[in-house]
Write a protein that binds this ligand. Structure first.
Ligand code: UDP
Ligand code: MG
Length: 336
């Protein structure tokens, strides 16, 4: 895929930027030229190939987003567009773009189309790729421009995810570089509910982070209200972890232990004759049954959780290198 750069013998990777767009007619005309400028600057600096592309993914927009994308594609061959048959949400739009790009490029960078993520972080991402990383996460160092509400809910989102066993890179959204090599392995993850932030780290390979400051939208409004963010968090947790089920089992054990203590106390009270008839036996039954029921639910849940994980048919191993294969890795190619 990559062209050979006659000057230094190193291969210049073909980059595809993948940009999901949902009802973005206000912002797209402002940001599209910014993406193109960055692409040309990276190509001019010899970091990427001239045949790199900007791929817009229209996520079933109801406004003129697709017309804008089509007209951009007519204006400059670097712009390309695909359109989903209906709105499927941000994660699926990014996935569609990445899968479309996978066989046609060496590296992808996914970025939102609203100009919130600093475009200049792309230079560092490409440098990190040249240094041997296959995945580079864009991490927000500060979110001062976000409202207090957005910042607090977003930061709690990452904390909740990690507490419940879905390990995600803190303050990293979907601005990241992924090599085509990693994407080809990722394509083997056959699950339908995708949470890219949690799944890409599962593929493995060498990765690093670059830091940038998140700014305000250049135009238009956010399509990620609290409702969608909570849905994303729950989807992420339940896709990646069965920890909530273990919490139920633990709770059941705790309640059972407490039940036992209360039962002993109730029996003691009954023996001492300090109770009305039937009180102690009723209390014992309620406490013990409550505990047993919760433990049973947890145990059933563990099996259901296992079935769920098995049903995903994720690859059981991924091999990154073999000694008998020639090293394809671009970073081994010495620059003169
Ligand atoms: N987006 C999408 N489908 C949706 C919602 C959003 O493709 O159903 C895109 C949107 O056009 C933008 C990105 O996902 O490029 C992030 O959305 P937004 O900026 O509204 O979210 P926020 O940055 O406020 O969290
Ligand atoms: Mg945004």
């Amino acid at each position: 895929m990559s062209e050979v750069n006659g000057k230094n013998g190193g291969a210049k990777p073909v980059l595809w930027m993948v940009i999901p767009c949902y009802n973005e007619e206000k912002v797209l005309p402002l940001t599209a030229p910014i993406f193109l400028k960055k692409l040309q600057q990276l190509a001019g600096g010899g970091k990427i190939s001239d045949s790199s592309r900007i791929l817009f993914v229209n996520d079933g927009s109801g406004d003129s987003t697709w017309e804008i994308i089509s007209s951009l594609a007519g204006q400059d061959p670097h712009y390309l567009g695909i359109s989903q048959s209906r709105n499927r949400g941000h994660q699926n739009a990014v996935l569609a773009g990445l899968m479309e790009a996978m066989d046609r490029c060496d590296i992808t960078i996914s970025i939102d189309c609203d100009g919130q993520d600093s475009i200049d972080a792309m230079d560092e991402m490409v440098d990190a790729y040249w240094a041997g990383n296959e995945v580079v996460y864009g991490v927000r160092s500060k979110r001062e421009k976000d409202s207090w509400f957005k910042r607090t809910t977003a930061e709690s989102f990452y904390k909740l995810m990690n507490t419940l066993g879905a390990e995600v890179v803190y303050n990293h959204a979907d601005y990241r570089l992924i090599s085509a090599k990693v994407l080809k392995h990722f394509a083997e993850f056959g699950e339908v509910n995708i949470f890219l932030r949690g799944l890409i780290p599962l593929v493995g390979f060498r990765s690093t982070s670059v830091y940038y400051e998140r700014t305000e939208r250049l135009a238009g409004e956010s399509h990620y209200p609290l409702r969608k963010m909570l849905a994303l968090a729950f989807n992420g947790i339940t896709s990646l972890s069965v920890k909530p089920i273990s919490i139920i089992t633990g709770l059941g054990m705790g309640v059972s232990a407490l039940g036992l203590v209360i039962a002993v106390w109730a029996i003691a009270k009954a023996i001492l004759g300090e109770t009305v008839a039937g009180w102690a036996s009723t209390l014992c039954v309620v406490c013990l049954l409550g505990g047993i029921q919760l433990i049973s639910l947890g145990v059933i849940g563990l099996y259901v959780g296992k079935t769920y994980m098995e049903a995903k048919h994720r690859p059981r191993y991924i091999i990154s290198e073999r000694t008998w294969e020639p090293a394809e890795r671009h970073w081994l190619e010495e620059k003169e």
